[in-house]
Design a protein around this ligand. Structure first.
Ligand SMILES: [Zn+2]
Length: 124
């Protein structure tokens, strides 16, 4: 595991910036998911925003309730369109049809934890 030093602090800042972008989309998806449940009830499938680190990404990701609940069960897990992965800040946890789940590592994981929705705890 790398330690933070002056020499690589730029990498960590970069990782944090990307992780913050993903946290913004996670928060937006939580809002969207909550609204859908409040107004239309539980649905068989959800159309959520890709939570990848690419600023310009506008990809929508389709999944069922069980998959959405699963990805939200860990604060360092994010939902992305297949291949929308930045290997420097995340590992691939699951490859499903239409979406992948990634786990943040290093500085990005710290950001993911500190920005996680409070009402959902980490189960494992
Ligand atoms: Zn994306």
């Amino acid at each position: 595991m790398r330690q933070l030093t002056a020499g690589d602090s730029m990498d960590d800042r970069n990782a944090e910036r990307m992780a913050l972008n993903e946290a913004v989309f996670r928060a937006a998806n939580e809002q969207l998911h909550g609204d859908l449940e409040a107004f239309t009830g539980s649905q068989s499938s959800y159309s959520m925003m890709c939570e990848c680190a690419l600023i310009e990404c506008e990809q929508m990701v389709e999944m069922d309730e069980a998959a959405y609940t699963r990805v939200r069960s860990k604060r360092v897990w994010f939902l992305v369109w297949p291949e929308h992965v930045v290997p420097e800040i995340e590992d691939i946890v699951e490859r499903s049809e239409g979406f992948w789940i990634v786990e943040k590592v290093g500085a990005a994981a710290s950001v993911a934890r500190s920005t996680a929705p409070e009402e959902r705890g980490e189960r494992a």
